[in-house]
Design a protein around this ligand. Structure first.
Ligand SMILES: [Zn+2]
Length: 88
């Protein structure tokens, strides 16, 4: 599996670091929207959040707003297009 997410994150950090005002410290750069999957090895896959909302009927009448979030994991790398291996 490719290592694009890590590479992109590291190169972004280098570029940002070079542009910070002198004396800055504690830089943290994190590429978000990725799922860390632990299998045979640690891998990162693109992840989108699926936000769901609906109104469920109450027993005594009326409706209550329900909210739910689900993770949708991509099948391909968004940087190089390589297909991710099937989850073991
Ligand atoms: Zn890739």
């Amino acid at each position: 599996m490719c290592n694009c997410a890590k590479t992109v994150e590291e190169s972004a950090k280098e570029k940002i670091l070079a542009q910070l005002p002198e004396g800055s410290k504690g830089l943290s750069v994190e590429l978000q929207g990725f799922a860390w999957l632990l299998g045979g090895s640690v891998s990162m896959k693109n992840k989108l959040n699926l936000h769901i909302e609906y109104e469920a009927p109450k027993k005594k009448g009326g409706f209550i707003l329900k909210k739910q979030d689900m993770s949708m994991i991509g099948s391909y790398c968004m940087f190089c297009g390589e297909k991710y291996p099937e989850a073991a």
